[in-house]
Design a protein around this ligand. Structure first.
Ligand SMILES: [Zn+2]
Length: 211
């Protein structure tokens, strides 16, 4: 099965997001990290990408700033040099993408609602998109190029929005497939410790409820 993180990175808006936070090379770097079993040095990635190691380090630093990747430091006893191996942090990428999804979903639903509520007019050249009242103030001429504004095809717009909402749904499904370290730890705990942990969680939620 293809790693869900790799699949996630195929989705256009996840790509956009990762490129925004990690720079243009972020996707390629992260893909190589996954392919290397998530324990990789900057030199290894730089070699495969045939770029300077500073290029990879810049991506690492940016992604690390957002917590999406992290490193382990080990010291070579003979040379005294430190080696940094980097890995993706699954819980962080889940968290970050979910936040991105929520914002995007909200925006799309709002847009979809507006299409039901208002009639929009657009410039055929894509300069402007205005509700009826504003378009009327412009005498239905584009304020930028002067061309006649035309009514927006709301159904086509809605179909586009629905496709994007479907993409969000697919992304959520993939997010659920990403196993985080936290989940693995819980599974490895002996049963009585899981019971204890659950009980503590229950007690805490009861406390919250009574407060
Ligand atoms: Zn125009």
């Amino acid at each position: 099965m293809v790693d869900p993180i790799l699949q996630l990175m195929e989705l256009p808006f996840v790509r956009d997001y990762l490129q925004r936070v990690g720079g243009d090379n972020a996707i390629q770097v992260m893909r190589l990290m996954v392919e290397h079993g998530n324990a990789v040095t900057d030199e290894e990635i730089a070699q495969e990408m045939r770029v300077k190691v500073t290029v990879v380090r810049a991506v690492f630093n940016r992604l690390n700033f957002w917590g999406i990747i992290d490193y382990d430091k080990t010291r070579d006893e003979e040379t005294g040099w430190y080696t940094y191996t980097w890995h993706i942090v699954p819980e962080k990428i889940k968290e970050a993408v979910e936040k991105e999804l929520q914002e995007r979903e909200e925006e799309l639903r709002k847009k979809r609602q507006e299409l039901d509520q208002f009639m929009f007019f657009v410039c055929p050249e894509g300069h402007t998109r205005e509700p009826f009242e504003v378009a009327a103030e412009y005498s239905f001429k584009c304020p930028i190029c002067g061309k006649d504004l035309v009514p927006l095809d709301a159904d086509a717009e809605k179909r586009k929005i629905d496709e994007q909402l479907d993409e969000i749904w697919r992304a959520r499904k993939l997010l659920n497939e990403i196993v985080t370290d936290a989940e693995e730890v819980v599974e490895e705990l002996p049963e009585h410790e899981i019971d204890d942990a659950l009980q503590t969680a229950e007690e805490n939620s009861e406390k919250e409820n009574t407060e």
